[in-house]
Design a protein. Structure first.
Length: 135
């Protein structure tokens, strides 16, 4: 079963699960695994992604692999709301699926929302029509 490591000590993932957040949220999950456990990690992740894809509020997901045999992977998954993600993550069937990850795998999940940076990127509080043309 996967081990969990906090991405932010200031706000643990469990605290994020209980929080309300208006609008879309993005789950970022960084995995590290020994090279020999990578196939098991990929199978478990694919099964989890297929499960989550069927849940209400799911928008999309993408897995990324570190280059040069690093053993690091990360995925991001877009959800319509924190509540939709919480419902899917808390589902007993999903919690049972976590046991399929390799014993040496470490996961660091964290929830994010878009942040506007003037002239660089639009955020949740800035619509594309308000964007600077210097983008």
């Amino acid at each position: 079963m996967v081990q969990f490591k906090e991405m932010s000590e200031a706000v643990p993932f469990a605290e994020q699960l209980g929080a309300e957040s208006a609008g879309t949220v993005v789950l970022v999950n960084v995995f590290t695994v020994a090279p020999e456990e990578a196939p098991q990690l990929l199978r478990a992740w694919a099964e989890d992604a297929a499960f989550m894809k069927k849940r209400p509020g799911f928008v999309s997901t993408q897995l990324h692999e570190g280059i040069a045999g690093s053993g690091a992977y990360f995925n991001y998954a877009v959800w319509e709301s924190a509540a939709a993600f919480r419902a899917a993550f808390s589902d007993p069937e999903f919690q049972e699926r976590i046991k399929a990850y390799p014993p040496g795998a470490v996961a660091s999940p964290h929830l994010f929302r878009k942040k506007a940076v003037a002239g660089i990127c639009p955020g949740a509080e800035e619509s594309p029509a308000q964007e600077s043309p210097a983008r």
